[in-house]
Design a protein around this ligand. Sequence first.
Ligand code: ADP
Ligand code: MG
Length: 676
Amino acid sequence: MVTELLKIPPATLAKLAKLGILHRADLLLHLPLRYEDETLLEPISELQVGNHAQIEGLITHNEVLSRPRRSLVCRLQDNSGELYLRFLNFYPSQQKQLAVGNRIRASGEVRMGYYGQEMVHPKFSIVAEDTPLLQRLTPVYPTTAGLSQTTLQKLIANALEVLPLKDSLPEELLKKYKLDGFAESIRLLHNPPAEVDADSLESRNHPTWQRIKFDELLAQQLSMRLHHQQRDQHIAPVLAAQHRLTTQLLSALPFALTRAQQKVTTEISRDLSRAHPMQRLLLGDVGSGKTVVAALAALQALENGYQVALMAPTEILAEQHYQKLGDWLAPLGISPVWLSGSLKKKAKTLAAERIASGETLLAIGTHSLFQEQVSFHRLGLCIVDEQHKFGVQQRLQLRSKGDEPHQLMMSATPIPRTLAMSYYADLDVSVIDELPPGRSPVQTRLVSDARRTEVFGRVRAACLEGQQAYWVCPLIDESEVLQLQTANETYEALCTAFPEIRVGLVHGKLDNAEKAQVMGEFKAGIVQLLVATTVIEVGVDVPKASLMVIDHAERMGLAQLHQLRGRVGRGAAQSQCILLYQQPLSQLARARLKIIYENTDGFLIAQQDLQLRGPGELLGARQSGVAMLRFADISADEDLLVQARQAAEELLHTMPEIARGHLLRWMANKHDYLHV
Ligand code: ADP
Ligand code: MG
């Protein structure tokens, strides 16, 4: 503990804990936010308002004013001019130090005050004439209320002095990755010589930062790889490929798997036949055909007499899986059971019974699948579709339904490679990197709301030609009620405008049967134009639909726009997506629309989204490997991340003790990294 060395009052310890500093060694990695330059004195006449400066001179005036509020005002004079020092809170001792005639060295931001230039609450001390200036920049640390810079500076300086700053990494690794030593790096960052460019330190571009960022990324990678290794010691059911049900499905499908689908299917099949729980993330752009891959994985588990749970985030999507898998698997003699929150109590109980008895091998549903009442007889595999829509907790709950079931997570939110590496370093990742053949890319049009009538005409013409279309209603921040209202209004407006067209409406507030009916009618072509809220965002697959209008597209995020647009372009017909936007556009909205207009590849879109928003927002503010990074920035430090990942592998193989030592330095007191 910090107290081992210094007598620190408990109140200060509590403040330090707030900053994540629980051990002495944590002080070393509490790095400055910025620096103040107290290595120079500036003549008062040359000060510029807004700048931070250090000055020295004699106090020529000292007065306590009572209006407009009680304050201490002093005048400080040097050879070039004079300036006011103003204090709104002050102790009598300070007032005494600032007595007329005293020589004071003060630093602070120069402002324009009522009487002229002033510094408010400057840092100051009494000095003798010709007191030498500091040789080094003064660090300013992140702190918390009630913990002064001076206290932090002292504690950290002490830690630097007394702790052994042993390098956690071996010489050859430092050479290989061209890294500076740990001790010299943190010394420089805490205590830089005056000639170092403070800006490059503050922006973390200075070469010294490389070592710190590398260390941090390395710790993150090590931690996640260790989780991965630990998982590999758990025992899971061996679900070896029997090629019985899977072969039957493959020969019954109206299409052949793409090369990418075959590759990922092989990867999954191999994992399932191992005695350790699979934790694989299947990434594939919208429409790349993940469902059939999931079905094949399910069949491999079923062939072995184990149960499978397939969970989707929305009822519409779960229902669609239920129907599609039902169709595919009926000829194989398998009928899934359906479980969702909106089922009547009796039906729910019945479904739960069939799952618990093992009578049903395949359960498909929403998050109801992991509710407490549901217990599985012999769960071998959990499949989570659109996994990014679930919280970590929900995924863990489903897994806890079985005795270490295998897990397959699927996501159509394409994640840039770097992010996937960092965020999912404890998972194995499979990527479907091609779309099924015969698709023509969706044409995207940006249309101002002023031309709404033209868009109506376009929709009408398309439907009369026999095409099917979606009309996606605007997203309304924070208000489901308003969103619903808008959907209803749009529906009525479109019904009135197109009396000759059959229009349907689907939104989150419909009950399951109603939703299923509308979706069924749309799928069957009975409904030609489907007015929908963003409930159709993920997964919905109606290949015949070829036109989509997204109303108020400027309100939507890139991932959402990409997902929505992915609902069309699933069949052979040329598809179009019209993004209706309302002027004036914010800069961010303009940037987003430009990206979605220019790109169709989800990975490229995600890459640009990352640059636009930063990783925190892209992944949500969850506890994650990314959230743990204090210094490195995975979009800017991609090269370092790649190196850290490689180094983590090497260390774990050849020098596990060193790996642990390094982790200890970085993680001893931190929360553990993400475990999905
Ligand atoms: P996603 O990856 O977005 O979940 P889906 O699994 O819904 O994609 O598949 C999109 C559509 O492509 C579905 O209609 C599906 O039947 C079809 N599909 C999947 N694989 C192939 C393939 N290899 N060839 C042709 N069509 C395919
Ligand atoms: Mg899908």
